[in-house]
Design a binder for this molecule. Structure first.
Ligand code: TYD
Length: 215
């Protein structure tokens, strides 16, 4: 039997602990015989991974940053996400456009209207002959107070450009996520990431099951 593709994204400030739960969810879908495409942004294609390295490490202004991340997203959508959805796969994406609104918009204070314009240009796809804004069907937001995220990150590795930002930056990023959730409440599942891994895992599974997936 064929499946409909599912598109799930994972968001949160650096240190919120997404990775463990993305892997666990991939395993759960595979245990239900679903093909899973595990991917990330910026990145997911050879071109987008090159853009990621520049994006994460080179200093640049806000518009350059936004253009690079949306360029990477365009390639990723066309080469990986759309084909996987068309094959009926489950696409699990570590960050997507909400991160751009949260980090570039909230964190950096870059113009949200320009981001919305780019979002529409980059993510409008044709489906059954009609234009459609491609978005995740579910976005799992791991919400964690910035000071706790900073403690988790400290000493973990050499920080990239964003991880090196002060707690105040991450407060603005978190506010950016909250604003995106307010605009699309049905798409979001906010999870309190300040709990044990097992509690967070159960909430992730509950968010997925409540949509009728993985039942
Ligand atoms: P992250 O997803 O945390 O990967 P890793 O776990 O390997 O560090 O790193 C990506 C960084 O890029 C993160 O700090 C958020 C930032 N980012 C943006 O600023 N805008 C975006 O649109 C995306 C997708 C990521």
């Amino acid at each position: 039997m064929g499946h409909d593709g599912l598109f799930i994204s994972f968001e949160g400030i650096d240190g919120a602990g997404k990775s463990t739960h993305i892997d666990a969810l991939a395993a759960a879908f595979r245990a239900h015989d679903r093909a899973v495409a595990l991917t990330r942004e910026p990145g997911g294609t050879p071109l987008a991974e090159k853009l990621r390295a520049i994006f994460l490490h080179d200093p640049m202004d806000g518009l350059t940053e936004a253009l690079l991340v949306f360029a990477a997203r365009r390639d990723h959508l066309r080469q990986v996400i759309e084909p996987a959805l068309a094959r009926g796969e489950v696409v699990l994406c570590d960050r997507f456009t909400d991160a751009t609104f949260a980090y570039q918009g909230g964190g950096r204070g870059f113009d949200l209207q320009v981001l919305s314009y780019l979002e529409n240009q980059v993510q409008t796809v044709m489906e059954q002959g009609a234009p459609l804004l491609r978005e995740p069907g579910l976005t799992i937001w791991f919400d964690l107070p910035p000071d706790i995220a900073a403690q988790r990150l400290s000493g973990a590795r050499v920080p990239d450009k964003f991880e090196a930002q002060p707690a105040e930056f991450f407060r603005r990023v978190a506010a950016g996520y909250a604003q995106r959730m307010q605009q699309s409440p049905q798409r979001f599942a906010r999870i309190d990431a300040n709990q044990s891994i097992e509690q967070v895992r159960q909430e992730v599974m509950a968010a997925v099951r409540s949509r009728g997936w993985l039942t």
